[in-house]
Design a protein around this ligand. Structure first.
Ligand SMILES: NC(=O)C1=CN([C@@H]2O[C@H](COP(=O)(O)OP(=O)(O)OC[C@H]3O[C@@H](n4cnc5c(N)ncnc54)[C@H](OP(=O)(O)O)[C@@H]3O)[C@@H](O)[C@H]2O)[C@@H](O)CC1
Ligand SMILES: Nc1ncnc2c1ncn2[C@@H]1O[C@H](COP(=O)(O)OP(=O)(O)O)[C@@H](O)[C@H]1O
Ligand SMILES: [K+]
Length: 489
């Protein structure tokens, strides 16, 4: 599992490592070595300016400068403040640098082919302002390639937010484990390629911090995938009830296809008489029933998963069905209109949550339901999961899946092609299809986000929502191969 550590956890890992007998000076040497290795891998010797701040991020810079100069590079070093004011490991390494230390200013960029940003890392504590802001803007405007150490200066490691201004790096080398800010926007974009290097902090020490944020990889959920048994039949793969709207019928048709592709054994769309034939004619494998039968069908325990929201319409009818499904303790996926219908009274919705429930808001829907939650995306998603008692998928490029018990994953797959109408409906269907087969809510939500992102990335330009369900068999086959034969993805 690829753990993500908050900045506070990273400092604690550092502290415990030093307490266990590894000197901080060595960790800093290892950090500088890791960055200089990554630089040398990518560039031939050239004019490099290493820009150092007043803390340990700057200390890393002095190590990088020394190691590059030892390999024949033409290195300039600039420092914010005086060497005499540096403390601890940064001071030790600054004193090992025998070259000139210039004042940190945009003049450092003149003639540089490569800039190493060691101004601020994890210790960024306020907005970058004044002359420093001018310097950061100059870094972003100069033609040199930019390597950020730990974090692009100005990007908050925990939130990914810009504090004033931030360096826009070509690549970022960080240490031990990534921080949320490496994956949350805009941090993710500012990092460029993100490389995480070991610097001597053990896996045991990382484990002792009980990390509960992870990158969304198959290791998180693959052991929960409900693969059908050889002796299985369709009723063991769950029966989805999908509440279809009368007007925007495409939404549930997309969701239904995704739920079936995800493996749901049966799926029935409920709709008003005016729309019933549209759903019936859409795909031969879909069953339909009149909406008037909703409550009756809900009495049959075989109808074990319910999708409400895409194209459902905002209002009383949708509210009633949501509450009914939640009270019946069915696995529920609530999306779009099912969420917006509770904008005026979210606590009634949260109070009704009992069984496996997944809410899939985009930022707009999220704001309607959780209007007083502020802060970064990860914290808001986690707080929303706690408050609602449901698994929350807060969608976007950096989709978060958060569980009420505190676990969270962040999507790390770039797939901008997914920003297309109907793509969220497909995601909701995918989650429902997995829940119907008995997959636990957090794992089902995380797997659905992964499949969705992988499908988007694999299909690439030209993707429309209809393509996503049809990309699933290939991805599922890869997961199956991985289980059956240990094939690496
Ligand atoms: N385990 C690991 O990962 C390891 C990490 N290591 C490295 O250590 C780095 C963390 O070092 P760090 O704690 O010294 O913090 P750092 O980022 O240098 O900044 C603090 C300084 O900046 C100042 N300052 C802050 N914001 C400011 C602003 N807006 N405008 C102006 N000033 C501002 C702040 O001032 P203060 O708030 O105290 O007034 C303080 O002086 C980490 O990123 C990694 O590179 C490795 O060496 C080894 C192992
Ligand atoms: N730039 C992007 N990169 C990756 N995924 C994206 C991007 N923009 C949107 N998505 C994904 O596409 C889906 C869009 O959902 P939503 O906004 O509900 O659309 P719709 O209502 O049209 O179906 C979400 O799963 C979201 O995570
Ligand atoms: K930095």
């Amino acid at each position: 599992m690829q753990e993500i550590l908050t900045v506070a956890q990273m400092y604690e890992a550092d502290r415990r490592t030093i307490e266990s007998g590894v000197r901080g000076e060595i960790l800093m040497e290892n950090a500088g070595q890791a960055v200089s290795d990554e630089i040398v891998k990518r560039f031939s010797p050239r004019a490099v300016s290493v820009l150092c701040g007043p803390g340990n991020n700057g200390g890393d810079g002095f190590v990088i400068a020394r190691l590059l100069r030892d390999q024949g590079w033409n290195v300039r070093v600039g420092l914010l403040g005086d060497v005499e004011k540096l403390a601890g490991d940064a001071r030790i390494h600054a004193e090992k640098w025998s070259g000139i230390v210039e004042r940190l200013s945009p003049a450092m960029l003149v003639g540089a082919d490569l800039v190493v940003d060691c101004i601020f890392g994890a210790g960024l504590s306020r907005d970058i302002e004044g002359d420093l802001a001018v310097l950061v803007t100059a870094i972003n405007e100069c033609p040199a390639a930019v390597v950020a150490v730990d974090m692009p200066s100005g990007t908050d490691g925990t939130t990914g937010q810009i504090r004033g201004v931030a360096v826009d790096a070509d690549f970022t080398v960080s240490f031990c484990r990534p921080k949320p800010g490496h994956y949350l926007l805009p941090g993710k974009d500012l990092c460029g390629q993100c490389i995480i290097r070991d610097i001597g902090i053990s896996a045991d020490i990382v484990g002792s911090l009980a990390p509960d944020i992870f990158i969304n990889t198959p290791e998180i959920w693959e052991s929960y995938i409900p693969w059908p048994a050889n002796s299985g039949h369709k009723y063991q793969r769950g029966h989805v009830l999908a509440v279809g709207g009368t007007h925007a019928t495409g939404a549930v048709r997309l969701a239904a296809r995704a739920a079936r592709r995800a493996g749901a054994g049966l799926l029935t769309v409920l709709a008003e008489p005016a729309a019933l034939s549209l759903y019936a004619q859409d795909a031969p494998g879909v069953m339909v029933a009149p909406m008037a039968k909703f409550e009756e069908l809900m009495q049959d325990p075989r109808h074990n998963a319910v999708l409400i929201g895409p194209g459902a319409g905002v209002g009383d009818e949708t509210r009633k069905r949501v509450i009914h499904a939640l009270h019946a303790a069915r696995a529920c996926v609530l999306d779009a209109d099912a969420l917006t219908s509770f904008a005026d009274d979210p606590s009634t919705l949260f109070f009704a949550v009992q069984g496996a429930t997944v809410m899939t808001p985009h930022e707009g829907e999220f704001a309607r339901l959780f209007d007083n939650l502020a802060g970064d995306k990860l914290s808001r998603a986690r707080a929303a999961a706690k408050r609602s008692g449901s698994v929350v998928i807060l969608k976007g490029t950096d989709s978060i899946v958060a569980a009420p018990d505190g676990r969270a994953v962040i999507n790390d797959v770039f797939a901008p092609w997914l920003a297309t109408a109907g793509s969220g409906d497909v995601l909701a269907g995918l989650v429902t299809g997995l829940l119907a087969q008995g997959m636990p809510a957090f794992e089902a939500a995380a797997m659905a986000v992964w499949l969705h992102a992988q499908a988007g990335q694999a299909f690439g330009p030209g993707l429309i929502a209809e393509d996503i369900p049809d990309a699933l068999p290939g991805l599922l086959a890869r997961l199956w191969q991985r289980k059956a034969h240990g094939v690496v993805m």
